[in-house]
Design a protein. Structure first.
Length: 258
């Protein structure tokens, strides 16, 4: 009887591990429309593909083909980690470049590799690195949109004030930070409309919906709108439970004020 019970427990354990592995390899795309009264009408709408925490995963061409009419690609940090071949990183970037102009902010795991080599690789691919800097888009009507990025907070390399130093006060601003805690470092004064973050993996493995971090979510804060993504890859083990991987298509448009 004992051997039967142990066999059942072992079978359940293996089944759970298989389920967690399958969940970790999902290619989920969450599509959301975000309307802001301050978004310039002259831009019409922009479609952003946001992907964070790729880590060891490979981005397939089949996955990329599911994505249409993307204007900007934003990598929210942890593009790689220790022992991931640079060739794989290069191939992932090549896939993302098929969608549009690519932006990148540093995550804590990106500094596990030879980061000068990673920096060079990104530049070779034409990726726009936002390390405490910003990138300006201007419409024909003179309206402005800026993508602002800060360096990694875990390694205390973030300098939001430097990143904002050359921005335009009246521009529509999207801030990208690998770590979500960046929202604690500014107020409504900076006029940052949207913040994109990752890092937490949504807890990655949640037991009865409890995990080391909250699930990824879109939140309306008093001073900004904040998206925290569960991320695409995994850390430590290639398993997920209760926090499936996710990428995001964000359609940014104008909302008429009431």
């Amino acid at each position: 009887m004992l051997w039967i019970l142990l066999g059942v427990v072992a079978l359940l354990g293996v089944s759970l591990l298989f389920y967690m592995y399958k969940q970790a390899t999902q290619e989920n795309i969450i599509e959301q429309t975000l309307a802001f009264p301050e978004f310039p009408q002259s831009f019409g709408e922009i479609r952003i593909f946001f992907i964070s925490d790729i880590h060891r995963r490979k981005i397939s061409s089949d996955f990329i083909q599911k994505l249409n009419n993307i204007d900007l690609v934003i990598i929210g940090g942890d593009l790689t980690e220790k022992n991931v071949p640079f060739q794989q990183v290069s191939e992932n970037i090549e896939q993302l470049k098929k969608l549009g102009i690519v932006f990148f902010v540093w995550g804590n795991n990106d500094y596990e590799v030879e980061y000068h080599e990673l920096d060079s690789l990104l530049l070779q691919h034409g990726v726009k690195i936002l390390d405490n800097t910003s990138y300006l888009f201007e419409s024909k009507q003179g309206d402005m949109l800026e993508v602002v990025g800060v360096d990694d907070m875990v390694h205390e390399r973030d300098e939001l004030d430097v990143a904002l130093n050359n921005t335009i006060s009246e521009s529509f601003k999207i801030l990208v930070s690998h770590e979500p805690e960046i929202v604690e470092k500014f107020t409504s004064v900076e006029k940052i409309s949207l913040v994109l973050s990752g890092h937490t993996h949504g807890g990655q493995i949640r037991i009865f919906d409890y995990g080391p971090h909250e699930k990824g979510r879109l939140s309306q804060l008093p001073h900004t709108t904040h998206l925290i993504s569960n991320g695409f890859g995994t850390s430590l083990v290639p398993l997920r439970l209760g926090a499936p991987p996710e990428t995001h298509i964000l359609t940014i448009t104008t909302r008429a004020e009431a």
